[in-house]
Design a protein around this ligand. Structure first.
Ligand SMILES: [Zn+2]
Ligand SMILES: [Zn+2]
Length: 295
């Protein structure tokens, strides 16, 4: 599993940073979080296969996060895509996405489903879920938590010793218990649990409890840090976060790694943001376009 940053700027692009988009590659599938203008070309440049995108999760309908939909879906049509593409957007903002799909009556020969979200689990894969949680911005906006299901591993020796054979394994998995040689055996007593990996994405938002709760114990928290503390007032006014605020949250939520993104164009050198965050939470990185994080 791998996270690839395709755009790490906020509001306007810079020479070094494109508008927001993060690709999560998981078992041959690509999930895209936000789709700023030019995301399709960024994907090509950073070796993310756009034909593998199965779902796009849009945090909110501000232009910097969604305009890339217009070009991306047309290129997929030219590439003769046939499979379904799901696009998630907060309830009430779906008109913006529909206009990007429909404005020129382009021939799009594959199904696109625009799905409105109201929070909770919004998307299920074979072995993972994506949940949406409401964050605190100037308009309705959601963060997303990608979480793999926990995996159970049988303790072979113990299971053998108890006499568990063949079909009993599927019975145990299905029912949570089975009767083996006249004795009731619970699934928990013969398995160990491997916790699934979790990646949480939150932008644009002020720091909020919903994000902290969602990020609890995450392998990676990707969070906006549009500003440093010097511009705290502007951050509050415009519904954004400072690097310091986010670092405090990452620490409180006991995440493993923090990646800051949606960097304001005023920070040509984002060292100020990095220093500020690392003063509280060491394992912080400033996301750069093309940066990859293996999980
Ligand atoms: Zn933004
Ligand atoms: Zn915004």
């Amino acid at each position: 599993m791998r996270v690839v940053f395709l755009g790490t700027s906020g509001s306007a692009p810079t020479k070094a940073r494109n508008l927001p988009a993060v690709a999560l590659e998981h078992e041959g599938e690509v999930l895209l979080f936000d789709c700023g203008e030019g995301t399709q070309r960024q994907a090509m440049h950073h070796s993310v296969n756009i034909s593998k995108i199965s779902a796009i999760f849009l945090t909110h309908a501000h232009g910097d996060h969604i305009i890339g939909i217009a070009g991306l879906i047309r290129t997929l049509a030219l590439n003769k895509r046939t499979g379904l593409l799901k696009i998630y957007i907060p309830e009430g903002q779906e008109g913006a996405v529909r206009s990007l799909i429909e404005f020129d009556n382009a021939l799009i020969g594959y199904p696109i489903q625009v799905i409105t979200i109201k929070g909770g689990v919004v998307h299920k894969g074979d072995d993972y879920t994506v949940s949406a949680f409401r964050v605190n911005h100037t308009i309705k906006c959601y963060g997303f938590a990608f979480a793999e299901n926990d995996k159970l591993h049988f303790m072979k020796q113990k299971a053998d010793a108890l006499g568990i054979r063949g079909k009993m394994y599927s019975e145990l998995t299905r029912k949570g218990h089975a009767v083996v040689n006249g004795r009731r055996v619970s699934l928990a007593s013969v398995t160990t649990k491997e916790r699934g990996r979790k990646v949480v994405y939150a932008t644009d938002t002020k720091p909020c409890k919903a994000t902290k709760d969602a990020a609890e114990g995450a392998n990676l928290l990707i969070h906006e840090a549009t500003y440093s503390e010097r511009y705290r007032e502007q951050a509050v006014e415009r519904g954004h976060a400072t690097a310091l605020q986010v670092a405090k949250m990452a620490k409180a939520a006991k995440v493993n790694m923090l990646a800051l993104t949606h960097i304001s164009a005023r920070y040509r050198d984002p060292k100020e943001l990095l220093d500020e965050a690392r003063s509280v939470f060491k394992n912080t990185r400033i996301a750069e376009d093309g940066m990859r994080i293996e999980l």
